[in-house]
Every structure is written in structure tokens, then in C-alpha cells.
Design a protein around this ligand. Structure first.
Ligand code: SF4
Length: 295
């Protein structure tokens, strides 16, 4: 899922990294400048999760008001349930591989509390199995390939080279007005790429905000630069798994967009200000708050 193809790797090395080195990121937009404007959050008492800052499913941000001011959790639909399950499949499978735990899908599936998933078991089980098996095959093939070229590498080194990822890494975003319990989808520590996984979504420009936000948080805590981000789009059509990647430079422009969105969402919650509904045509019944906004 987070493994780059040969072509993507070429693009990273020959286009993205040279362009990033030339354009550079302004010092005040690096996460380690969290203590001064524009990164310093204006409201110190409000902390939001990353998805709340970066999600633009609701054009006015009314979903954030309903969730964090009115404390209404809304209704999850089956598409969201599939997204949740497949996120779990990707992170659990990669972690099981890294920790040399069982890669048996049936064992993993037994641990799911199906009564908490708002989707029919049979609808999500097969997609989950396909993604699980796909990941196991890739990891095993990469492992064998790396092991054959490094006969003196230890088991631990081979595993770390095969899957060079921090998966579901826990990190605090408190310096930037975010939750202290953030969990990033994946960080490739060999290539310094911040990944964000999207399941069943069509690409949107604003999807870039989440990995850019996590890069800034990572910089604020660990004080290492993260210049490259990637949104991974995972889709299943029939029997096929489709994985597309949007690999990009975490530029000043994107960092400023993230700060603007963070400030807008923090203001909604801190001032308890209902931003209202957009034109009805911009709301869909897929929105978890549709029943709340239009009942
Ligand atoms: S129904 Fe419309 S206004 Fe209400 S939260 Fe959803 S997108 Fe926003």
C-alpha cells in the first residue's frame, strides 16, 4: 500500500526531491516554529483531532460545530464502515508482519466486534480479505528479495528494510492546537515520506491537507524536516484492488492552507459559532449529519 513502484521512486528521486530542495520550506512554516505565528495556535484551550481540521466534506464546517460543540456524533454509513475496516486491515497486517505475528486472516477477523460496525459482515469481509492477502504477498516478496541480496543481515534488519514504516505511530499535536493522541497512518522513515490512506474516495485537492498536517506535527515533535507527502487511494472494484498515489512536495502554499483550515475550525469550536448550512445541493445523504441538518 505504501510501497513505491519503480516509476514512483524515479519521480521522487528525479523530480520531487530536486524541486523541493530548490523551492525550500520557509523557516516559520516548519513544525519546530510552533511557538510563533503563523503556526502558534490562537486558541490555547481547544484541541482538535487531525481529521476535524483537514476534512472538508462539509463546505461550511458545520459538521465540526455539531461534533465538537453540540457533541452530536452523527450516523456512520456502510461506506465509512468499509473505510474503517480497511484502515484496520492495512495497519494490523503491516504490524503483524513487522512483529512476526500470525498472518492468518481468519484469526484477525475473529477479533473484530461486528456489532459495532454499521455494515453487513458479508459486505466488508471479502474486501478486507483481499487487501490482507495482497499486503501479505507484497511483504513476503520484498522480504525474500532483500534477504537474497543481504545474506548477513539480521532478521530484525531485514524486516525493517522490507517494511520501513512507522504504522499508526502515536504522536502529540498539542503544540499546534491538536489532540495529544494523534495517530498517523504511515511514515516511511527511510525516505521521509508522510502517507495518508483514503479508502473509496475520489481524489480531491484538500486530501493533501492531512499528510501535510502530520508532517508539521512530526516536525514540531521530532524536529526533523518532512518535505514529501503522499495520499494513497485504495479502491476495490469487483475482484480488483486499485491503489493510486498522489506524491507531492509539502510546500509553503499547502502549509499555509493547513494553518488557515486549522484556525477556521478552532475558531468555530472556541467561539461556539454555528457556521450554518451551505446550499442544499452541496449536502448529500452520505453526510453523517444529514439527518441532524435536515430533519
Ligand atoms: S448535512 Fe450539509 S451542512 Fe450538515 S454537516 Fe453535512 S454537509 Fe454540513
Amino acid at each position: 500500500m505504501y510501497f513505491l513502484s519503480d516509476l514512483e521512486h524515479k519521480y521522487l528521486i528525479h523530480r520531487l526531491l530536486p524541486a523541493a530542495r530548490e523551492a525550500r520550506v520557509s523557516a516559520e512554516l516548519r513544525g519546530w516554529s510552533w511557538h510563533q505565528p503563523p503556526l502558534k495556535p490562537y486558541y490555547e484551550d481547544v484541541k482538535l483531532p487531525m481529521y476535524a481540521v483537514c476534512s472538508k466534506y462539509c463546505p461550511t464546517g458545520r459538521d465540526i460545530y455539531l461534533n465538537f460543540v453540540e457533541k452530536i456524533s452523527g450516523t456512520l454509513n456502510s461506506r465509512m464502515a468499509l473505510g474503517k475496516i480497511l484502515h484496520g486491515v492495512v495497519s494490523d497486517c503491516l504490524q503483524a508482519f513487522l512483529q512476526k505475528r500470525s498472518l492468518n486472516f481468519e484469526l484477525w477477523e475473529q477479533k473484530i466486534r461486528w456489532d459495532e460496525i454499521p455494515a453487513k459482515r458479508e459486505e466488508v469481509l471479502e474486501p478486507a480479505r483481499k487487501v490482507w492477502e495482497y499486503l501479505v504477498k507484497i511483504c513476503e516478496a520484498r522480504y525474500v528479495d532483500i534477504a537474497s541480496s543481504q545474506p548477513y543481515a539480521s532478521e530484525q534488519d531485514l524486516l525493517a528494510s522490507t517494511v520501513p514504516f512507522l504504522v499508526e505511530h502515536k504522536i502529540s499535536g498539542e503544540l499546534l492546537g491538536l489532540s495529544g493522541l494523534l495517530s498517523l497512518d504511515c511514515y516511511d522513515y527511510m525516505r521521509a515520506i508522510m502517507f495518508d490512506l483514503k479508502v473509496g474516495d475520489k481524489p480531491q485537492d484538500w486530501h493533501r491537507l492531512a499528510p501535510v498536517g502530520y508532517s508539521i506535527v512530526f516536525e514540531s515533535v521530532h524536529e526533523v524536516p518532512v518535505d514529501v507527502c503522499c495520499v494513497v487511494y485504495l479502491n476495490l472494484t469487483g475482484n480488483h484492488i486499485l491503489v493510486k498515489k498522489d506524491l507531492f512536495f509539502a510546500s509553503d502554499e499547502l502549509r499555509n492552507m493547513w494553518i488557515e483550515e486549522r484556525d477556521r475550525k478552532l475558531e468555530i469550536v472556541a467561539e461556539r459559532r454555528d457556521p450554518g448550512r451551505p446550499e442544499r445541493s452541496q449536502c448529500t445523504e452520505e453526510c453523517r449529519y444529514y439527518q441532524v441538518c435536515y430533519s
